[in-house]
Design a protein around this ligand. Structure first.
Ligand code: 16G
Length: 252
């Protein structure tokens, strides 16, 4: 069945099953769930759907807006509405201290980053406390949107003491690789994970709808000596990550 056929009102509309925009929204969702409206394919234009379904454009717009809010449809300025793309999901172990680049390389995915901030800054009170900085110390900060095979995966904002990373601009792809070269690769880390709903700015960068589910992860990493050298706050796409913890029965 073609999309236009699928939307013909005689196939799904009934006076008894609630508001018209809700019925249309459900019908489009059915098309997405069944695969008839394929990921990344264009949705017919609003006026075409209105003509086809014999509904007003206001009703059609309302149904589409709800699907945009749910993340099922994405709108690109000037080029219309599309069925949301299928999202790559990765499983991430919580017992290995690895870097993003290593994790993605292991899966055969290429890593890229969009730089949001990279330089030397005056530390925030939180950075001073977490990294045990002295009162007059500066901090190296690198913030990136991290991508796997071009798909946005996470936003990472890393802060490190300046003697550990004196020149943040040296980090062009992997932070841990640069730390490794100077013998400062962390050997231990503590991670805190919490659930969040993404705010507009972060959602836009991660290519998901505002309010979509995300994971906020704070990683504090240590050298073998026990010194804290990394404080990273990350926001991961909830639809792209499964974090997996390995559990073992504790000895009785
Ligand atoms: C991981 C770490 C992050 C670290 C980054 C280094 C989590 C939650 N975060 O993404 O703390 O800074 O790897 O990656 O796992 P890179 O060496 O590829 O720059």
């Amino acid at each position: 069945m073609r999309a236009t056929e699928f939307l013909r009102p005689e196939n799904w509309r009934s006076e008894a099953s609630g508001p018209r925009y809700v019925q249309l929204r459900r019908r489009i969702q059915e098309g997405i769930d069944s695969g008839l409206l394929a990921p990344d394919s264009p949705l017919p234009p609003e006026r075409e759907i209105a003509a086809l379904t014999k509904l007003s454009r206001v009703t059609v717009r309302k149904a589409i807006q709800e699907l945009v809010r749910k993340g099922a449809i994405v709108q690109h300025q000037g080029s219309g509405s599309f069925i949301a793309g299928s999202v790559r999901r990765v499983e991430q172990s919580l017992s290995q201290l690895t870097s993003f680049s290593e994790d993605m390389a292991r899966r055969g995915l290429s890593t890229s980053s969009i730089w949001l901030e990279r330089g030397i800054f005056l530390p925030t009170p939180e950075e001073v406390a977490t990294l045990s900085l002295t009162a007059d110390a500066s901090v190296a900060r690198i913030s990136r949107l991290r991508q796997a095979d071009g798909q946005a995966m996470a936003l990472e904002r890393a802060s490190l003491p300046l003697d550990i990373l004196p020149n943040p601009t040296l980090v062009s792809s992997s932070l841990y690789e640069v730390l490794d070269q100077t013998g400062n690769r962390p050997e231990q880390a503590r991670q805190k994970i919490s659930a969040i709903n993404l705010e507009e700015k972060d959602a836009r960068l991660l290519d998901v709808a505002t309010g979509a589910a995300g994971l906020k992860i704070e990683r504090v990493s240590y050298l073998a000596s026990g010194r804290v050298i990394e404080f990273t706050r990350s926001i991961y796409r909830g639809d792209a990550y499964d974090f997996v913890a390995e559990l073992r029965l504790s000895p009785r």
